[in-house]
Structure formats: C-alpha cells, structure tokens
Write a protein that binds this ligand. Structure first.
Ligand SMILES: Cc1cc2nc3c(=O)[nH]c(=O)nc-3n(C[C@H](O)[C@H](O)[C@H](O)COP(=O)(O)OP(=O)(O)OC[C@H]3O[C@@H](n4cnc5c(N)ncnc54)[C@H](O)[C@@H]3O)c2cc1C
Length: 407
C-alpha cells in the first residue's frame, strides 16, 4: 500500500485551496504536498494583480466567481487570516460598439445575480477623477497614432475588487494542514520530474533527485508548468490541455496629482489597459497580444512607456507626471483555445487529477476550484458547483467555452 493517498504538486493558491477544502470536507487520507521552491506562492500566485470580478458572460465563469467572491469576503472570518479583501468595484470604460453589446447582456447578468450599473460618460468621469471620456482634448496628430475613441459608457460591477492571492494561498495551506490534523505534510524544495503511469493508471511521482514516491492519486496544480510535467510523463497530443505559458507584466507608479484618485475602482480603459490603487501607489497592466509562448518573465520598461503610458496620459492627463517605480513579469497558464480553466480527473488516466489553464483568472476562481477539486477527489463527482463543462473533454468534443462579449 502506498505511503500517501494523495500527492498535490504545487504550492500556489490552487493547491492550497484544494488542500484546505479536503480538510474541511473531512478527508481521511494522507496527503503530501510537493513544491519545488523554498517558499509557498513563488509561482504565478505571488505575481498576480489579485483582481476579482463576477462580470463574465459564460454561466460557468459567473458561477465560479460569484461563489468565490462570497468566500473571499468571508475568508478572514472563516480562516482567521487577513487577505486584503477590497471590494472597490471594477469599471470597464467602453467604446460605443462594446457598450451597446454589454447593455444587451444586462438581463442575463441580472438573472445570474451579477450586479451591474451602466454609467454615462459623465458618471464614468465622476468615478475616476481626472479621466476624460471624450477625445477632443487629444492632438489629432497624436490620435492618428493612438487611435483612441470616445468612451460611450461604463460597465461598473460593485461586487468586484482585489485581494492578496499570496496571503490567501498561505492561509489555505496553514489552515488546511491544521484541519488535516497530522495527516498532511508540506515539502518545499522538492521538484517533481515526472509521473509514473502504467497502462493508463497513475502510480506515483519521480523526484528530480531520483526518489520515487507512490500514491493512490495525484493532483497536479503546477500552474503554467503543468503541461511540461505531463509531457515529461509521456502524455502527448490531445491528451494535453491546450495550455501555454505566456508572460504578463505589471507596473507600479506613484499616483497622478489628482484629488480622490486613491478611491478609484479597478479601471479598464483603451486597449485593455487596467489600473487600480495598490497601497499608496498605482498598479498598472495590459496584456501584450504579441507575447510569444515561453517561460521568460523579464519585465520591460519600454513596453510600459510605448504601449501603455502614451494612451494612459491622454485618457488621464496628469499620468505623464507619474514615475515608474517597479515592475515584474509572471506567467499566465493561458488556455490557447478558449481562455478558461481546464480541470478535473483526466478521462484517459485513472487517478490523475489536474488543474490549469486559468488564463489570468485563477486567483479569483481558486475558492470554487479548490472545493470542486476536493469534491471530485473525495466523492468522484462535483457536489456544490457543477464544473463538468471545464473538463479537457470539451476540446475533444469541440465544445469550447468562449466568453461572448469581450469586455
Ligand atoms: C502578472 C499576472 C497578473 C495576474 N492577475 C490576475 C488577477 O488579477 N486575477 C486573477 O484571478 N488571476 C490573475 N493572475 C493569474 C493567477 O495568478 C493564476 O491563475 C493563479 O495564481 C494560478 O495559481 P496556481 O496555484 O495554479 O499556480 P502557481 O501559483 O503558479 O503555482 C504552481 C506551483 O507549482 C510549482 N511547481 C511547478 N512545477 C513543479 C514541479 N515539477 N515540482 C514541484 N513544484 C512545481 C511552482 O513552483 C508553483 O509554486 C495573474 C497572473 C499574472 C502572472
């Protein structure tokens, strides 16, 4: 009989949430968590912008995030662990075409319990002091290059906001280990080289130092490195989730000299540029559509100067006076087909459960995903939230889950 019932690979927020929920559900097996770094959350979790929103257009994402936001709000009380939960809202500033399609979706949001306020350009300017919804103030020669359009309206989600994903991961691991009452162990500095699989059945893991550890089941919560591990284990082709590692960068500046700017919501403007207060500073990001797949995470100041700041300083005059103080890059586990999570037991490999492909929304979905993974490992089925649509099977059956309105 193997020494462990379950091995979890990955000390990020997904592995942590799964462990905590196993403990809460009363799992009686022996669990070993393996993390190759010398501390928890050194993968994507610590590098995240920590935003959460329930503004999605697919039922599965609305369900996962609505549930997760409730749990994040209760996190401090339930786990006695502060996570910097800050429900200051998300404001999508939209050009005419996107604003009109968002309005047609209003009833669907209401039906799904997603609170939305549709704002006029004047109301948008009130929510973000200093922001100019129009473009009359922009030099036409400059706008020839920037191609900015007037903001026709805002989609504001009052239940959205941000939290600290590293703190949440730490809280999940600490409380998870306590709830498991001696039956769970966390081993840092322990890299898994590959899984041993025989005749379609998972048997154990081989570590980088050559040690073999057997377990009944495996949960791979290795984020953007999940496919690398699956490939080293001999899993190929359509049996791999369609997930690639993509660099995403974040920037920190000081606030522009605008009264009240520290109270703005997470604000999304032209070309998907987003910003929100981070303590006494501003956190700013924008996904670069030309990033090649790979593990490079070098942060690049030129990208901020040329692809973000030129636009930002026209939309919020005053931003040109902000200093770039810090920046970093991290990896999205990007699902290249439909940009949504892929998780559950692998239909072709018994006892192998994995979770990846969160594509920039894994931190906010972690409470729901961890519970769902714990249920599927304990009971063989989803009991609280039906996450069956997120199975890898959807790609084999050509049933991807696309967000229908890009906002
Ligand atoms: C710049 C940036 C901004 C983001 N912004 C947001 C946001 O606003 N909102 C949001 O919800 N999400 C956001 N995300 C995404 C979010 O951070 C991730 O979806 C989430 O952290 C994934 O958690 P995870 O536990 O799956 O992966 P990770 O945190 O990457 O954890 C995986 C762990 O597995 C370990 N590991 C990997 N391979 C092995 C191995 N072979 N052996 C042992 N250990 C291994 C790694 O060291 C790592 O610690 C952002 C990500 C980035 C990079």
């Amino acid at each position: 009989m193997p020494e462990h019932d379950l091995i979890i690979i990955g000390g990020g927020i997904i592995g942590g949430s799964a462990l905590y929920h196993l403990g809460k559900l009363g799992y009686q097996g022996r669990v070993l968590v393996l993390e190759r770094e010398d501390a928890l959350s050194k993968g994507s979790t610590a590098l995240s912008a920590g935003g959460f929103r329930n503004i999605w257009t697919t039922p599965i994402n609305m369900r996962l995030t609505s549930y997760s936001i409730k749990k994040l709000a209760q996190f401090q009380d339930e786990l006695q662990f502060p996570i910097g939960f800050d429900q200051r809202g998300y404001l999508f500033c939209q050009y005419a075409e996107n604003y009109e399609s968002a309005k047609t979706f209003g009833e669907e949001w209401a039906k799904n319990g997603v609170r939305i306020e549709f704002l006029s350009p004047e109301e948008v300017e009130k929510k973000v002091p200093g922001l100019k919804a129009g473009i009359d103030h922009i030099d036409p020669d400059v706008n020839e290059l920037l191609q900015m359009k007037p903001i026709a309206g805002g989609v504001f989600g009052p239940d959205c906001g941000s939290f600290d994903p590293s703190a949440a991961a730490q809280g999940y691991f600490e409380r998870g280990l306590e709830l498991m009452n001696g039956r769970a162990e966390l081993r840092l500095r322990t890299a898994v080289k590959k899984l041993r699989i025989k005749d379609g059945v998972y048997e154990g893991v081989e570590l980088e130092d050559g040690t073999f550890l057997a377990s009944e089941k495996i949960l791979i919560a290795a984020g953007a490195w999940t496919n690398e591990l699956l490939e080293h284990s001999g899993i190929t082709g359509d049996d791999l989730p369609p997930v690639i590692p993509l660099k995403r960068m974040l920037y920190i500046t000081n606030f522009p000299p605008i009264e009240g700017f520290e109270r703005i919501p997470m604000t999304i403007i032209d070309d998907g540029i987003y910003f929100r207060p981070e303590g006494p500073n501003l956190l700013i990001g924008r996904a670069d559509p030309d990033t090649p797949a790979g593990y490079d995470v070098t942060a690049d100041a030129t990208y901020y100067e040329e692809k973000i700041n030129y636009i930002l300083q026209e939309r919020v005059p005053g931003m040109e006076r902000c200093r770039l103080m810090s920046m970093w890059g991290g990896l999205y586990d990007t699902n290249a087909v439909d940009h949504n999570a892929v998780f559950g037991e692998h239909p072709h490999y018994r006892n192998l459960v994995f979770a990846t492909g969160f594509s920039g929304h894994g931190a906010m979905e972690a409470p729901a995903a961890g519970l769902a993974l714990a249920e599927v490992m304990m009971f063989g089925e989803y009991r609280t939230l039906d996450c069956a649509p997120l199975s890898i099977k959807r790609f084999w059956e050509n049933k991807p889950i696309h967000e229908t309105i890009v906002i």
